[in-house]
Design a binder for this molecule. Structure first.
Ligand code: NAD
Length: 453
C-alpha cells in the first residue's frame, strides 16, 4: 500500500513550498515532491526562484551595482578610489552561498513544520496517486486526499538557437559565466533580458538586446517605459526594437546572430547569447492518462478562480497556470489553496499583483496602465511626480524617474500606480495596500509620508 497524505505537493518552488508549509501548519499531513538538482549535484528545494531565478539574480544585481557605483557614481559624492577590479568567480561564489542559505532554509522550514520532502520526478496518475522516480532510479508511490501541482515554468527555446549552456544560454547559464563576456547578445527585452543584461553591462560587457516588439516594455505604462528606455540607453545598453532574429550560429568561440530590424538584415557577433523570450508552463511528464486534469492551448494547467483543476481535489498554482509568472503570485496561490483545502476561505486578487524589474532605475507597478484603462473605456485622471524634485533622491544622486498615479476620473478610485526610479521595488507596496483597500488617489495623498523620502 502506498503511503497516504492529506496533501501531496508536486514542485517545491515559491508556490509549492509555501503551499506545503501552510498545509502542514493547518494540521494536514503533507509531502512535497521535487526533482531539482543543484550545482553540487544534490537535490535542492526552492525551485527556479531560489536556485536559478529571483534570488541569485538579485545577488548579482547587487554585486554588479556596487562595482558600477565605484566605477561611475562615487566621484559625484567626492569619493575617489583606485580603479575597481572584479573577481567574477568570487561574485558568483557569493551568489551560490546565498542560494544555499535559502534552499537550506526551506529544508529547515520543512523539518520544523513536518513537511515530508521527497526528491524525484513526480507524475500524477488517476485517483491522486503520485508516482515518483528517484534520482537513483528508485520508484515510489504516494497518494494524496488532495494534490497540488506547482511545477513552475521552463525557458522557451528558439528552434534556431538551442541552449548549449556555453555560448547560447538561458537565465541559469547567464548567472554562471566564468568571466565577463566582452560582447553579450540578449534576445528578448523582457524582465530577464533587462536584469541580466544590466548585470553584465555593469561589469563591462558590451550588451546588445534584440526585441521583436516595436514598443519597449509593452507590459509597463508607456510613460514609465519611455523613461526606462532613455536611462538604459544612457547606460549604454543597445536595445534594438522591432527586430526579428532569423539565425544563430556558433562558430568557434563566437555566436553569430542574424536579425532584421525592420529595414534590413543585420548581423551581430557576440561571445555569449542569452535567450530570454519568455517561459512556458512545465508540465512535461507530469500527467499520466486519465487524471482528468486539462491543459490549455498555451500549455498551462486549466484552473478555476480558486486554482482548482478539472480533476476532483487536484489543484494547480504558480507559473504552471494562468496569470503572471511571478514568485509572489505563486506563493499567494499556495497559501490560498492550502487554506481552502483546510476548509478556510482563500483567494488571490490577480488584478493587484505587483510587478518589479530590478534594473537601475527600478521599475514597479500595480494595477492597470493608462492604455489599458483607455482600451477598457474607463475615464481616468493621472498625476505624476518626478524623483528629481524629491529631496532624498537628489541626496542619493539618483533622480531619474517618476511616480504616476492613475485614478478613476469620477470616483477618484485608484486604478494603477506606476513607478520608475530608485528603490521603487519597496515603494510599490504602499500602492498595493491602498488599492487592496479600494483607496482613492486622495486617500494616498492624505497619508503622512516621511520627509524627505
Ligand atoms: P518576458 O515575457 O518578460 O520577456 C520576453 C521578451 O522577449 C518580450 O519582450 C518578447 O516580446 C520578446 N520576444 C519573444 N520572442 C522573441 C524573439 N523571437 N525575438 C526577440 N524578442 C522576442 O520573459 P522573460 O524575460 O524570459 O522572463 C520570463 C518570466 O520570468 C516572465 O514572466 C517574468 O515575469 C519572470 N521574471 C520575473 C522577474 C521579476 O519579477 N523581477 C525576473 C525574472 C523573470
Amino acid at each position: 500500500m502506498s503511503e497516504q497524505f492529506d496533501v501531496v505537493v508536486i514542485g517545491a518552488g515559491p508556490a509549492g513550498y509555501v503551499a506545503a508549509i501552510r498545509a502542514a501548519q493547518l494540521g494536514l499531513k503533507t509531502a512535497c515532491v521535487d526533482a531539482f538538482v543543484g550545482k553540487d549535484g544534490k537535490p535542492a528545494l526552492g525551485g527556479t526562484c531560489l536556485n536559478i531565478g529571483c534570488i541569485p539574480s538579485k545577488a548579482l544585481l547587487d554585486s554588479s551595482k556596487r562595482f558600477h557605483d565605484i566605477e561611475h557614481n562615487l566621484a559625484a559624492h567626492g569619493i575617489s578610489t583606485e580603479k575597481a577590479s572584479i573577481d567574477v568567480g568570487a561574485m558568483v561564489g557569493r551568489k551560490d552561498k546565498i542560494v544555499k542559505q535559502f534552499t537550506g532554509g526551506i529544508t529547515q522550514l520543512f523539518k520544523a513544520n513536518k513537511v515530508t520532502p521527497i526528491a524525484g520526478y513526480g507524475t500524477l496518475h488517476p485517483n491522486r496517486e503520485v508516482r515518483i522516480k528517484g534520482h537513483d532510479g528508485s520508484e515510489a508511490t504516494i497518494t494524496g486526499k488532495h494534490v497540488i501541482l506547482a511545477t513552475g515554468s521552463v525557458p522557451i527555446e528558439l528552434p534556431f538557437a538551442k541552449f548549449d549552456g556555453k555560448h547560447v544560454v538561458d537565465n541559469a547559464g547567464a548567472l554562471d559565466f566564468e568571466s565577463t563576456p566582452k560582447r553579450l547578445g540578449v534576445i528578448g527585452a523582457g524582465v530577464i533580458g533587462l536584469e541580466l543584461g544590466s548585470v553584465w553591462k555593469r561589469l563591462g560587457a558590451e550588451v546588445t538586446v534584440i526585441e521583436a516588439l516595436p514598443d519597449f516594455l509593452a507590459a509597463a505604462d508607456a510613460d514609465i517605459a519611455k523613461i526606462a528606455a532613455r536611462e538604459f540607453k544612457k547606460q549604454g545598453l543597445d536595445i534594438q526594437l522591432g527586430s526579428k532574429v532569423s539565425a544563430v550560429e556558433v562558430k568557434g568561440d563566437e555566436v553569430h546572430v542574424t536579425y532584421n530590424d525592420g529595414k534590413a538584415d543585420q548581423s551581430l557577433v557576440v561571445d555569449k547569447l542569452l535567450v530570454a523570450v519568455g517561459r512556458r508552463a512545465a508540465t512535461k511528464g507530469l500527467l499520466a492518462d486519465g487524471t482528468g486534469v486539462e491543459i490549455n492551448e498555451r500549455g498551462q494547467i486549466v484552473v478555476d478562480d480558486h486554482c482548482h483543476t478539472a480533476a476532483e481535489n487536484v489543484w494547480a498554482i504558480g507559473d504552471c497556470v494562468r496569470g503572471p509568472m511571478l514568485a509572489h503570485k505563486g506563493s499567494e496561490e499556495g497559501i490560498a489553496v492550502a487554506e481552502l483545502i483546510a476548509g478556510k476561505p482563500g483567494h488571490v486578487n490577480l488584478d493587484l499583483v505587483p510587478w518589479v524589474i530590478y534594473t537601475e532605475p527600478e521599475l514597479a507597478w500595480v494595477g492597470k496602465t493608462e492604455a489599458q484603462c483607455k482600451a477598457e473605456g474607463i475615464p481616468v485622471k493621472t498625476g505624476s511626480f518626478p524623483f528629481a524634485a524629491i529631496g532624498r533622491a537628489v541626496a542619493m544622486n539618483e533622480t531619474a524617474g517618476m511616480v504616476k498615479v492613475i485614478a478613476h476620473a469620477e470616483t477618484d478610485r485608484l486604478l494603477g500606480v506606476h513607478m520608475v526610479g530608485p528603490v521603487v521595488s519597496e515603494l510599490v507596496a504602499e500602492a498595493v495596500v491602498a488599492m487592496e483597500f479600494h483607496g482613492s488617489a486622495e486617500d494616498l495623498a492624505r497619508i503622512c509620508h516621511a520627509h524627505p523620502s
